[in-house]
Design a protein around this ligand. Structure first.
Ligand code: NOJ
Length: 739
């Protein structure tokens, strides 16, 4: 190895002394061979040549390969995005380490969002488990597989708070709540990175997208965000802070502007908040092409100015378009940027390469290792458990569920009932549908030989191609109908905002026709966002929210449908009655005219202000009673703690688990406060008839907020405490915070 010194900072300083300007700038460049900008030809030139038949796809790929291999050899590439596979990565790494002048290893990154080859539930679903430990475990396995496939870095976790389900990227995060979101953010960071980044099965994590990307006006992806700094610090930033505290090595700047300044050029966010307030030591990468887009925002006259603003704000690495590569030399020559600024960014990138141990061990895996680890049996076991725990039971009347194994015939209907691709979600690029257990396969396997499962598609997900005849025949001849409906995976994720939140296409009509067949109707939803499904909520006998559950979707869903696993998931994002209500979220500020009977109150003329299903909601096949809420003190100081205790009894006749939730409201404060906020929870397992006294600790310091001077304050006064099964229901108590 060319550079091995005991002290990393000394090693970095020595490297910097030897690096040319181009080599330094190269460290700040992330090349993605899948993007046009990476090939040294403009997009238009490539398209023109391909259209004219002058360039075949093979030639196009070869240009890409030659281009990046030459650049690696010249030491001009710090990171590559989208290259996977131990053999391929090692081959490119060998060029970097053995053939480039200084032998600096490349950092290979990919979006490993909820699994690499073993795909776990989408993050929104997994958060419904309310089990940060589970999220940590699945992130750890995702890292293990991805690292075996040659990767060092994942562009995850996405920790954006999302209150607007029109925004398709709600699927990638942990929902609407900052408290739960922060726990999930920290857990995922720890899962990916492990105790020690130099462990070859750890991945460097990247908390994204800094910040408030989920606050896009109208839920339109990439749209503008204008919000108070108090809201930013109280609601949108906490998961980022939690990620920083968990030791995340990188952050990604968001596409959107925040209060008029593009996040990628936002010095307040990237330097003041991230580095000064949170003490972040790693590096910041832009989102794909977001440096150049600072100009499109109209915040820079030229791309060069955009590059200057981004670097000065604190974006160390430019993802994907060679913007820094082309602009920084001139900016330095013109002394618009200092060499000290450049060196600082390079230093931050190199630090992470040292932390990953890449200088000592640039080849962290082998093709054999990759072959051995992908889809390892224990990974699949975890995938099934994670999927079971992500499912939310939204409705269950007349004990429609669990299904009896005595049924002679089950009609399995719907465009998502026999579909492998759609189970993986929008962001599972390294997943393989061939490994997926479909819902049809899962149900057939669980039903047993005496039950016939008759399948009919009924309709497509999103067009008018439908012939319900076969589906209705199947329904009429069955004991029970399971209708699997929802969204295709490309309806959520990036650039997938929706205006309407109902079931696309003719799926609701299909449900109505099936309902008319008169058999018990179980609706299974497969989707990447909260949906508004008032008709199904009223008429179906049962509704199971199955999201996109990943590789073992079919088995996990069947486990729930047949009662082999009793569902315990609770929603982490509010389900609206109609899209016109959104954003509708539980922790909204008090108003002067809360919703009431009287005309001049906060309401709609033509519909409810209440959610269809509130945050925290989810049923079980058993029932739970909440009684005897006590608080350890009735008065407490700001540095104190309160223990809330409550009796939870399993009042049904099955074993079950319950997420006991604790909400607090600050009755009077110097700013208008949310009607309630989640501040603690516990998941408790109970046998039938069993009662446990559950304790939840409340840190009084967590009850503060940012005041008009943007100081975090915990104010004295009266606080209400609600403990219950969701954000609407529960029993209450109160305490006084004294100074
Ligand atoms: C754009 C997305 O916004 C970001 O989340 C992702 O990590 C990058 N593309 C790279 O794929």
């Amino acid at each position: 190895m060319k550079f091995m010194y005991d002290d990393v900072e000394v090693s970095i300083a020595r490297l910097l002394e030897q690096m040319t300007l181009e080599e330094k700038i190269g460290q700040l460049m992330q090349l993605s061979p899948s993007l046009f900008g990476a090939f040294g030809l403009t997009k238009d030139e490539i398209i023109a040549q391909m259209v004219n038949g002058e360039l075949s796809y093979e030639e196009f790929s070869q240009i890409g390969r030659d281009y990046h291999e030459d650049k690696i050899r010249a030491g001009l590439i710090g990171s590559m995005g989208g290259v996977t596979g131990a053999a391929k990565v090692n081959e490119l790494q060998r060029i970097a380490v053995e053939e480039s002048r200084l032998g600096i290893p490349i950092l290979f990154g990919l979006d490993v969002i909820h699994g690499y080859r073993t795909i776990f539930p989408i993050p929104l679903a997994e958060a419904c488990s309310w089990e940060p430990e589970l999220a940590r475990e699945t992130a750890k396995i995702a890292a293990k597989e991805a690292a075996a496939a040659g990767l060092h870095w994942t562009f995850a976790p996405m920790v954006d708070i999302a209150r607007d389900p029109r925004w398709g990227r709600i699927s990638e995060g942990a929902g609407e709540d900052p408290y739960l979101g922060s726990l999930m953010a920290a857990a995922r960071v720890k899962g990916f990175q492990g105790e020690d980044l130099s462990n070859p099965s750890a991945l460097l994590a990247c908390a994204k997208h800094l910040v408030a990307y989920g606050g896009a006006v109208g839920g339109r992806d990439y749209n503008t965000v204008d919000m108070s700094l108090q809201m930013l610090h109280d609601v949108y930033l906490p998961p980022f802070k939690a990620a920083a505290e968990a030791g995340v090595g990188t952050f990604m700047s968001a596409f959107n502007d925040l209060n008029g300044i593009p996040c990628t050029a936002n010095r307040y966010l990237l330097s003041e908040v991230l580095r000064k307030q949170y003490g972040f030591q790693g590096f910041v990468v832009s989102d794909a092409n977001s440096v150049a887009e600072v100009m499109v925002h109209g915040y820079a006259e030229t791309r060069k100015e955009a590059s200057k603003k981004a670097l000065m704000a604190g974006v160390d690495m430019d993802m994907s378009h060679g913007t820094y590569e082309e602009d920084l030399p001139q900016l330095l020559a013109e002394e618009q940027l200092s060499h000290a600024d450049l060196n600082e960014a390079v230093r931050r990138v190199l630090r992470m390469k040292f932390a990953l141990g890449l200088f000592e061990n640039p080849y962290r895996t082998t093709p054999e290792q990759e072959q051995r680890l992908l889809l390892a049996p224990e990974h699949l076991t975890l995938a099934r458990e994670a999927a079971q725990r992500s499912i939310v039971l939204l409705k269950n009347e007349n004990e429609a569920l669990p299904l009896s194994r005595g049924n002679k015939k089950i009609a399995l209907i719907g465009p998502l009932a026999d579909n492998a691709d759609e189970m993986l979600g929008a962001w599972a690029i390294s997943g393989n549908p061939n490994n997926v257990v479909t819902i049809r396969e899962g149900i057939a396997a669980a039903a047993g030989g005496d039950t016939q499962v008759v399948y009919a598609k009924g309709c497509e997900i999103d067009d008018n191609k439908s012939d319900f005849t076969e589906a209705l025949e199947a329904a009429r001849g069955s004991d029970v109908v399971i209708a699997v409906v929802g969204e295709s995976s490309n309806m959520s994720g990036e650039a997938a905002s929706r205006l309407n939140l109902g079931l696309p296409g003719r799926q609701e009509e299909l449900l109505k026709a099936l309902h008319a067949a008169g058999k018990p109707l179980i609706v299974v939803l497969v989707n990447g966002r909260p949906l508004s499904i008032p008709w199904a909520a009223e008429h179906a006998d049962a509704i199971v929210e199955a999201w996109q559950l990943g590789t073992l979707s079919g088995h996990a869903l069947a486990d729930v449908l047949f009662g082999d696993y009793n569902p315990s998931g609770k929603l982490v994002a509010t389900f609206p009655h109609s899209a016109g209500q959104v954003p509708v979220y539980y922790n909204h500020p008090n108003t002067g005219r809360p919703t009431g009977e009287f005309k001049f109150t906060m309401k709609y003329l033509d519909g409810s202000t209440e959610p269809l299903y509130p945050f925290g909601y989810g049923l079980s096949y058993t029932t739970f009673a909440y009684e005897r809420l006590t608080l350890s003190q009735s008065e407490v100081t700001a540095d104190g703690r309160i223990i809330a205790e409550v009796d939870i009894t399993n009042t049904g006749n099955r074993f079950g688990e319950e997420v006991v939730q604790l909400y607090v409201s600050d009755v009077v404060a110097s700013r208008v406060r949310p009607i309630k906020e989640l501040k603690g929870f516990a998941k408790v397992a109970l046998q039938p008839g069993e009662c446990k006294r559950v304790a939840i600790e409340l840190e009084v310091a967590s009850l503060g907020f940012h005041n008009e001077f943007l100081e975090y304050v915990v104010e004295p006064g009266r606080f209400m405490v609600y403990v219950g099964p969701n954000s609407k229901d529960g029993i209450e108590s109160e305490f006084v915070l004294i100074s």
